[in-house]
Structures are given as C-alpha cells and as structure tokens.
Design a binder for this molecule. Structure first.
Ligand code: ADP
Ligand code: MG
Length: 397
C-alpha cells in the first residue's frame, strides 16, 4: 500500500482478463534503427511476467519519442523484437493501427500472444486526453494497468483518460517508484542532502523550491549553478546562463537562508572549450573566471566540499550532471558525485533524470544506489507536488 488510493496488481486477483497495460518503452535508439539501451524494457518485465503467469492476455501501449503523427522511423518494431527475446514461449505481435485492425485480432487473441499497439503518439488524440480515443482504447480490454511511471506527470489519454473507464490498477514498477520516492520525501532520515545539476535552471525552479523545504543541504553544480554564481556578482564569461533567471536564483538563496537550508555553490570550476573534445580544462577559483571563460564542470575543491557533505548524509536525492559529462574531460565532477554517493553505506539514495542516468548507467556499483528512477520529469514533479496526474487517475476508491 502507498498513500495514494491505488490498487496494485499484486494486491488483487487479476486472472484470465484482457489487460491493457501502459508501459514506458521509450528506449533510446541508435540511428532510429537499433536500441541503444533497453533498460526501460527490462524494468517493465516483472509486471508483464506477473500478469502472464495469471493467465491474462496483454495488450501493451507505449510511446516512443515525440512524434506528432505517424512516422516510420519511430515505429515500435525494434521494441517488439527486443521484447520477444525476453519472453520465451510467447509471441509478441505489433498491431499497426488498432483503430482499423480487424476485430478478430483482439477477440481471437491467444493466451500465449502479446499484442503491442503501435507508438501511441502516432495518434494526435493521445496528447489531448481525448474522451473518444480513451473509449476506443478501453474497449480493447477488461482492465487497465499503468506501469509507466515515466509518463505519470502527463495527462495523456493512455495515462489518464482510459483509467477512468475500466477497473484500473498500478503495476509493479509503478509501485516500486512510488514507494521509493515517497520514502525520501515523506519521513526522510536526516541529514537529507540534495544535489542538483543539469543545463537549465528554468525547468527546475519549482523542484529546487521544494528541495529547499525538504533538504538540509542543497549542493548545486552544472550549468544551472552559473545562474547562482552570476547572482553572487561573479564573472561567468561565456558560460551557459539564463539571464532572466538570475533573479530567481537570488530569490532561492534568500529563501534558503530563511528555511535554514545550506545551499552550497561551487567555489572552483573547470573552464574550457565545450566543442574541443581533446583538450582538458583549466581549474579556476570561482572569482577568477576570465571574460572569455566557459565553465564546464565543478573543480576539485568543490568536489571535496560536496564529498564531505555527501559522506554524512542519511538521505540523498540527486538529479542533474554537474558538468558537461558527455566530454570526459568535463565529466570528473559528475563521476565524483556518483562515487561519493555509492561510498555512503548509511544513506538511502534516489537518483533520476534522463542525462543523469546516461552519465552513470554503465558504471560499476549501481547496486549501491537505493533507487534509480525510470522517470526524469516524472520524478521531479512527484517530489515537487507529492502526487502526479497518472496516480490520481488510478485513484478509484
Ligand atoms: P537530467 O536529464 O538528468 O535532468 P538535464 O537535462 O537538466 O539533466 O541536463 C543535462 C545536461 O546538462 C547534460 O547534457 C550536460 O552536458 C549539461 N551540463 C551540465 N553542466 C553543464 C555546464 N557547466 N555547461 C553546459 N552544459 C552543462
Ligand atoms: Mg535531460
């Protein structure tokens, strides 16, 4: 049970039903052809297997990327092929267009057959929470299961609309995400240390505001730290910054003082050329950045200061790389944060974010992180608001 009034599939007998299962198989593709990373498919397997073991017939719904209309490059074909590899003894079939598909495909579905609807964002109605479209989806099944945590912050038809029309449940991944993230926001062990990075501050202002209430320490790195550095009156040269947000950064520093949250900003940085993949950077104190300097990572002194705080944490929340990690010359700060978290054996740690996961997904010690969220935006909005539209839609008394 969670605080939300959601019925999860392992708390109910869902047997021999036709199940419309919303998953998030929005995998990253190489050249639109092969799957670069299928973590999202793997994370969805427990729910799929659980429902299959109970003799249910599954109809899967997922989006891939952000097409606004039918686009062969964003077909779920590669996803279906990969899913097939994981499901011995079952046949996984792509349904090209469920709206015109002969009825028999669904009425004659066998128990060892899994149907996957083509990329749901090929239908413009998906993004509009369209009641007619919701009805057409709901008609395919007896029950609806949402296991797509990564889209629960959206009010899309396949996330919100369908859930109201047929009995609806939460899947196992959804349950894990809710339990783990709730555990760091509801009654966290203190001190709670939040680390925030990434490129832009504009999309994360509200999230940072919420962290100020939750956290004892807020460590700031990445491009968004530049707004705070500029707010303190330091030169940031040509570094990434959103000038219209500097006032917000100032406001955050003021709020932090009132809430007794220690906002810890970089005291040294690495400057360099963002496009130059070969040459490393140069370390500068934060008040020594030249007019043509470009801040691309936190410096070693900042690492040490952040590291000492992370080592004492009992709860850790991390979102956002603290440097331009795609270039290894500017990935040291992000690596350091990651290893510092894995070294703290006493803390509950939750990390999330698209690029954050890309930065750590191939590293050792991943098992030392308590929870790696599959949702970037969804995790941030859940922490910020305490609930999400996708959870509320499942709230069926
Ligand atoms: P996430 O997806 O984990 O929430 P964001 O999307 O907010 O993270 O930001 C990630 C991006 O921020 C990365 O591509 C990284 O290169 C960039 N970034 C981090 N620090 C800097 C910096 N100092 N200058 C420019 N870009 C940066
Ligand atoms: Mg991102």
């Amino acid at each position: 049970m969670t605080d939300f009034n959601i019925h999860f599939i392992d708390e109910h007998d869902i047997l021999h039903k036709r199940v419309l299962l919303r998953v998030d198989f929005n995998v990253s593709l190489h050249d639109n052809l092969t799957i670069a990373d299928d973590a999202r498919i793997q994370q969805g397997l427990p729910t799929i297997k659980y429902l299959l073991e109970k003799g249910n017939k599954l109809i899967l719904v997922s989006h891939l990327d952000r097409p606004e209309k039918r686009d062969p490059k964003l077909s779920l074909k590669p996803v279906v092929a990969r899913l097939q590899e994981y499901l011995d003894g079952f046949t996984v079939k792509l349904v090209d267009d469920f709206l015109i598909e002969p009825k028999e495909t669904f009425s004659a579905q066998k128990e060892n057959e899994i149907l996957v609807l083509e990329n749901i964002r090929f239908y413009a109605e998906e993004k509009k929470n369209d009641p007619e479209f919701a009805k057409k989806l709901a008609e395919l099944a007896d029950v609806y299961v949402n296991d797509a945590f990564g889209v629960c912050h959206r009010t899309d038809t396949s996330v919100v609309g369908v859930a109201a029309l047929i009995p609806s449940y939460g899947g196992l991944l959804l349950k894990k995400e809710i339990e783990m993230i709730s555990s760091v926001i509801a009654k966290p062990q203190k001190p709670l240390v939040a680390i925030i990075g990434g490129a832009k501050i504009s999309g994360k202002i509200k999230f940072i505001g919420r962290l100020l209430e939750l956290a004892d320490y807020l460590l700031v790195g990445g491009g968004l730290a530049n707004n705070f550095i500029a707010a303190q009156g330091f030169e940031i040269g040509k570094s990434l910054v959103e000038y219209e947000e500097i006032e917000n950064a100032r406001r955050i520093l003021y709020m932090a003082a009132q809430k007794n949250t220690a906002v810890v900003l970089p005291s040294d940085v690495v400057i360099g050329e963002p496009d130059n993949s070969k040459e490393g950077g140069e370390i500068k104190k934060v008040d020594e950045v030249p007019q043509d300097g470009y801040i691309l990572d936190i410096g070693p002194e900042t690492q040490a200061r952040f590291g000492a705080i992370i080592a004492k944490a009992k709860t850790i929340i991390w979102n956002g790389p603290v440097g331009l990690f795609e270039n290894p010359a500017f990935g040291r700060g992000t690596d350091f944060i990651y290893y510092a978290i894995t070294q703290n054996k006493d803390a509950v740690s939750v990390i999330g974010g698209g690029e954050t996961l890309a930065a750590v997904s191939k590293k050792e010690y991943l098992e030392k992180i308590t929870h790696i969220s599959t949702g970037g935006g969804a995790m941030l909005e859940f922490i910020e608001q305490g609930t999400l539209p996708g959870f509320e839609a499942l709230n069926n008394g």
